[in-house]
Design a protein around this ligand. Structure first.
Ligand code: SF4
Length: 315
């Protein structure tokens, strides 16, 4: 390895765990302590393979559906949220559950229900098949909500079919791409009711702004995050769109091609909202052992947010 050429490592903040992910993982760990293993979690608690594996090692069993849970067991719903029918099913089957849905996702659920009660048809900007989107759609009758994934979906909407329309979005979208879609929707529906506060959450926005701030200076950017994580995928897209073509999504540190990294002099490192600090530290340790380097830290926002635990898990 080339130890001679000094590399610059840009380390922008914020990166890594957000308050919603911290709360969800905390809920699982406290439940393990309080109720003992096994604890069942419907869907990956957050989209990160390291986190999932770590919790599995502690006695967590991840399942796709409630039917996979043995009688008498307890279940936790993931940070992405679940549709009302899943909660109803749990009640019907008398499966005790703890809801680890991020409060910022719950805020979008509340908006969806309010718009529905007020007689508005809802446009939801999001990615089809993502558990958060399924959970949000499942708050109201399906015919009252239309998923918008791109401009094509907007062009296919017939204005005359709607009298009152409202907008909600997934929390982990690209801020810039979503702004463009909202603009197109508003062109077609000038009376579109928008969320009082943006649905894209603070953590998504801050991590994208942080990666944008270094993109032009970097020969390569490494985004630590899960391959099924919307937050992580959007960070990669934002880095590329902002000027760093060599952007890599790293779900495991062992998958990094350190030989390829020799070709880059300025390197950026960030982590999605569901990626743990331990992976950042592992990257830094190996990076410093392989290359002469200088670290440039920057902070574009200070995050002091934390969310309350469900009452059954508070001390
Ligand atoms: S990324 Fe945003 S919405 Fe998702 S868990 Fe974190 S704070 Fe909540």
């Amino acid at each position: 390895m080339n130890k001679k050429m000094e590399k610059i490592l840009y380390l922008p903040n914020p990166r890594g765990f957000c308050a919603g992910v911290e709360r969800a993982i905390n809920i699982v760990e406290l439940s393990l302590k309080k109720y003992g293993p096994p604890i069942y979690v419907r869907h990956e608690i957050v989209h990160n393979p390291w986190v999932v594996k770590d919790l599995e090692g502690k006695g967590v069993v991840f399942v796709d559906e409630l039917s996979d849970i043995p009688k008498g067991s307890r279940v936790i719903f993931s940070a992405h949220g679940v549709s009302s029918s899943v909660k109803d099913e749990a009640k019907e089957k008398e499966i005790p559950f703890i809801d680890a849905t991020c409060p910022l996702v719950l805020k979008v659920h509340v908006e969806a229900k309010r718009h529905f009660e007020n007689g508005a048809h809802i446009f939801l900007i999001g990615h089809k098949g993502h558990p958060e989107v399924d959970g949000t759609i499942g708050q109201i009758p399906e015919k009252s909500i239309t998923l918008i994934e791109g401009e094509v979906d907007i062009s296919q909407l017939n204005k005359a079919d709607y009298t009152k329309v409202a907008l909600i979005t997934q929390t982990t979208l690209s801020v810039d791409d979503t702004a463009k879609l909202i603009l197109s929707l508003k062109k077609k529906f000038p009376d579109l009711i928008e969320p009082p506060r943006e649905d894209i959450c603070y953590a998504t926005t801050n991590r994208q702004t942080a990666v944008k701030s270094i993109a032009k200076k970097c020969d390569a950017i490494y985004v630590i995050g899960g391959e099924n994580s919307s937050n992580s995928l959007r960070l990669v897209e934002v880095a590329i769109q902002s000027g760093c073509k060599n952007t890599f999504l790293i779900s495991e540190i062992k998958s990094i091609d350190w030989n390829q990294m020799e070709n880059f002099n300025s390197i950026g490192l960030t982590a999605s909202a569901s990626a743990p600090e331990v992976l950042i530290n592992e990257f830094l340790y190996l990076f410093k052992s392989k290359f002469e380097s200088r670290v440039e830290k920057s902070t574009i926002a200070n995050e002091n947010i934390s969310f309350k635990l469900p009452k059954e898990l508070r001390e």
